[in-house]
Ligand binder design. Structure first.
Ligand code: NAP
Length: 246
């Protein structure tokens, strides 16, 4: 049977895999959830929007005669990964997971951990008064319930007016280099960074910049059974490891 690969994407890693596999002449379909109005420019076929749960994904896999699925979604996209595991098991299709490594912890890092957004939102006002909030549009809602601190909210797309009493909005798409992060934290007098434990090079700049400034970082733990892994993990036999090779 001819190989046809479905990449579950929405991340820089997924885009990189798609570009590489298409350049190799493989038959690739990239799938995006469609959360952003302005999605990545990808080679090969691109489909946008949910599949309709496990059943919808299973139908898609069969209709499109998919032979291999690469789950390169974000570490916090737990539902999509769960559905991919279930549908691929039912269809008997190979599933590879491209798991983004967590940032390395260095001496001087002041990391605090929250189990979820609600817990992080409760903890944040006790850790800082001028907070750089980089948790993504779907997660900021939890923080709006706790007035008091000033939030510098960084998002990819404009969310409209946010219900924070004191805030500024920074629009930007990664990668965010160290020097720029350092300058942002100094300019806005930031004293706490709040982030998902996403890992990856594109957003490591804020973690590194917090270090010399002595700023604590409040991290939301990854959901579900996923490890807060410091090493990339792949299904054995995967040829994706080259993506993270030194
Ligand atoms: P999620 O909670 O795991 O997924 C919710 C639903 O969205 C899924 O059940 C599925 O709908 C649909 N979906 C998610 N990813 C999809 C994909 N790649 N292709 C088609 N449908 C998809 O996911 P999420 O956290 O909302 O993330 C959505 C997308 O944004 C993902 O592709 C992820 O890689 C990307 N992203 C997420 C974050 C984050 O912090 N969560 C950060 C950066 C990028 P159906 O059940 O209808 O199939």
């Amino acid at each position: 049977m001819q190989e046809r690969i479905l990449i579950l994407g929405g991340t820089g890693e997924a885009s990189a895999v798609a570009r590489r596999l298409v350049a190799e002449g493989r038959d690739v379909i990239s799938s995006l959830a469609g959360r952003l109005a302005d999605g990545p420019d990808l080679p090969g076929r691109v489909r946008v929007g949910g599949f309709g749960g496990v059943e919808g994904l299973l139908n898609f896999l069969r209709m499109e005669r998919i032979t291999r699925v690469i789950d390169a979604t974000h570490p916090f996209a737990a539902a999509m990964s769960r559905h991919a595991r279930a549908a691929c098991a039912m269809a008997g299709i190979t599933l590879e997971r491209l798991e983004r490594p967590l940032w390395d912890r260095h001496p001087g890092d002041r990391w605090h951990w929250a189990d979820d957004a609600a817990m992080a939102a409760r903890m944040a006002p006790g850790l800082g008064r001028r907070i750089l909030l980089t948790v993504g549009a779907q997660t900021i809602g939890a923080f709006t319930r706790f007035g008091g601190p000033y939030y510098l909210v960084r998002l990819i797309e404009h969310p409209g007016r946010l219900p924070f009493p004191h805030y500024d909005l920074l629009l930007g798409r990664g990668p965010f280099p160290y020097d720029r992060e350092l300058a942002v934290m100094r300019r806005f007098d930031i004293d706490l960074v709040v982030s998902k434990a996403s890992g990856g090079a594109a957003t490591e700049g804020k973690i590194a910049a917090a270090r010399p400034l002595g700023i604590p970082v409040l991290l939301l733990r990854r959901p579900g059974p996923r490890p807060d892994s410091r090493r990339p993990t792949y299904q054995s036999g995967s040829d994706l490891s080259a993506l993270h090779a030194p």
